[in-house]
Design a protein around this ligand. Structure first.
Ligand SMILES: Cc1ncc(C[n+]2csc(CCOP(=O)(O)OP(=O)(O)O)c2C)c(N)n1
Ligand code: SF4
Ligand SMILES: [Mg+2]
Length: 338
């Protein structure tokens, strides 16, 4: 596909207002996710955005277990389960099988979306090498990392995507040590775009911004090739808050600058509002504590912890070469002539 054709497809895929979103649902009732589960909402948006000619592949995790319990399912489109670290291989295998079947004339030649979802443990930790491998091929699929910042299905254990200091069942604050999770959260989209030249589209989203999210799924599927989306999904059970605040927390994650919204398309970064406004200096970032104080998992934080968190987020916007995204800088290294 030429760049012009690709741009035209993307332009046609974009939905202008929320009223224009398709009414049909392909992820419906019958799931057993918690009240206020933003990952379930992500599934609903993703299925709506992709439409009926879609195969969904899901790695083990809440979105597998809660959506397919006791022979019931909320999926209306074909859905297949793959093992926890298997999302990359499953994406590649499904897309390759479709291409082979069409080439051999066994099924009609037509665009069929392959959307693969995996959690933060499944995608960003355990399955990362498989995802990276898949991203080096030229098959058409979209991998969505749904990030609830813990291994939620097995009772909220720490992953590399759990934020600094957050309480999980593996990182309980104690009398001797208050902060048990000292690692800073990994940035997955930058890793994907910096290391995989085949990837023409990647993005971040959070379900609190529905149209932004639906359009990102539609753009990724229109661009073709291996594409990647990372969604930050507030999880009432793991983050310990009243389910009615799920959307609010998604918004605050963006408004405080902790979770920047952006797209990578054809070699360029496009910031989305309100992150665009933050980077351009039109919108002031809210203090991180407005986000942290609303969640029980940070209730042990002292002033010192909040200050440290704020400093780390400030750095992303004040010191990084690509604000909020990458700290990389190029320098001229002089090679000594012998
Ligand atoms: C190889 C393997 N190890 C451990 C498990 C047990 N297990 C099932 S779901 C899960 C947590 C997955 O976490 P994540 O990918 O973040 O998805 P979430 O449950 O948070 O939705 C674990 C550890 C498993 N199914 N397979
Ligand atoms: S534990 Fe979290 S991710 Fe899992 S179903 Fe409940 S709200 Fe959703
Ligand atoms: Mg998880």
């Amino acid at each position: 596909m030429s760049e012009i054709e690709r741009n035209e497809r993307v332009y046609k895929a974009i939905i202008k207002t929320i009223k224009d979103t398709p009414l049909a649902e392909y992820y419906t009732s019958g799931h057993r996710t918690c009240q206020g589960c933003e990952s379930a909402l992500l599934m609903r948006y993703m299925a709506k955005a992709a439409g009926p000619r879609t195969i969904v592949v899901g790695a083990t995790g809440c979105m597998y277990v809660a959506n397919t319990t006791y022979m019931t399912t909320s999926w209306v489109v074909p859905w297949v389960h793959t093992q926890l670290g298997g999302s990359g291989a499953a994406a590649l295998g499904t897309a390759a099988a479709l291409r082979a079947l069409m080439r051999k004339g066994k099924i009609k030649e037509e665009p069929i979306n392959v959307v693969v979802f995996c959690g933060d443990l499944g995608c960003a930790d355990m399955g990362l090498s498989g995802v990276s491998n898949a991203m080096t091929y030229d098959y058409n699929f979209l991998i969505i990392l749904y990030d609830n910042e813990s291994s939620a299905n097995t009772d909220i254990q720490e992953t590399s995507m759990t934020p600094y200091g957050a309480q999980t069942s593996f990182s309980r604050p104690g009398k001797q040590k208050r902060i048990m999770k000292r690692r800073w959260k990994k940035s997955v989209v930058p890793m994907i775009i910096a290391g995989h030249r085949n990837v023409k589209y990647a993005a971040t989203l959070t379900p609190a911004y529905p149209l932004d999210g639906i359009n990102k799924v539609r753009k990724a599927l229109s661009v073709g090739g291996p594409t990647f989306i990372h969604s930050l999904d507030p999880c009432p059970k793991g983050w310990d808050y009243d389910p009615m605040y799920s959307h609010k927390l998604g918004q605050l994650a963006v408004e405080t600058g902790i979770w920047p919204l952006y797209e990578y398309y054809n070699g360029e970064i496009i910031y989305n509002e309100p992150t665009k406004g933050i980077v351009e200096g039109r919108i002031k970032r809210k203090p991180v504590n407005e986000y942290l104080e609303k969640q029980g998992r940070f209730s042990h934080f002292t002033e010192e912890d909040i200050e440290y968190f704020q400093k780390m987020v400030d750095e992303m916007y004040e010191k990084w070469e690509i604000p909020g995204i990458m700290p990389i800088k190029s320098i001229n290294v002089k090679i000594k002539e012998s």
